[in-house]
Design a protein around this ligand. Sequence first.
Ligand SMILES: [Zn+2]
Length: 332
Amino acid sequence: MGPGTDHLRRLPKVELHCHIEGAARPDLVQRVAARHAVDLEGLFDDAGRYRWHDFSSFIRAYDRAAGVFRTEEDFRDLAFDHFAGIAAEGAVYGEIFVSPDHAAASGLSWRAYADGLAAGIRDASAATGIEGRMIAIGVRHHGPESVLAAARLVASQPHALVTGFGLAGDERSHHPRDFAPAFRIAEEAGLGLTVHAGELDGPESVRAALDHLPVSRIGHGVRAIEDPDLVHRIAAEGIVLELCPLSNIALGLYPDVARHPARSLMATGVRITVSSDDPPYFGSSIGTEYAALARDQDFSDSELVALGRTALEAAFVDAPTRERIAASLRDW
Ligand SMILES: [Zn+2]
């Protein structure tokens, strides 16, 4: 590792968009699978990476790897591994998407699942100083009733580290208005709100989300760049985009980092952040996202730190914690 790399590694980072089951590293999945004698035949390639080639095989591999996590301790280990890992790359704060549907699929109660993940976050915090929060997500292609049930569950069982609610899954299924009742419940529960849009679907999906859901952030939203009026609206309303450049490239939205619209969006006044989405699947990590923007889009140190500052402003976290972390960004 050269001095330049080490310098970037120490630069303080803030991540807002990462699915915890999608952050499970192959070696951890193998270790946890051994606890439960789960067969992983065919899940990894010869180099030990997840084997997938398109969106549906990605989802199949994802669900299979996620399926090895079954106990509170498994989820503690998953969160610890993730937060300790991103802290080693310079992250000072991270949010993860967590899923009541995954809790149910693993046979755990929502409470046990959230407690297990929270234990991992707290252990990583004790070891490294990183802070973390969780955003409960509904799965869009499971339908509005399922997402409404997720919102009711999360609102009725508040958890200190669950501070947000969002919508993920296939954004081409259902209209945002179908999910408005779920978001209303989450909003009344005091949760921060975000929705995936403008990734696999075009700018109209971002506009529809903003028209119908009371969100302050959009997951991805990158394809808003195709509609100048929409870009203007996003900037004017102060909506923050959770960009995940390496994920977009892995899924074929853009050929390479140089041609990703991160800098173009920033130049229009849109508030952008960068995150890793599902890191081991996309060959990404919070550190490599920052390094890619530095290398291929000439982001300066101060521009990279500004990404973290924007992310922190948009984070679903209490004011004292936000202020404490902001001080570490200012001091850098
Ligand atoms: Zn995502």
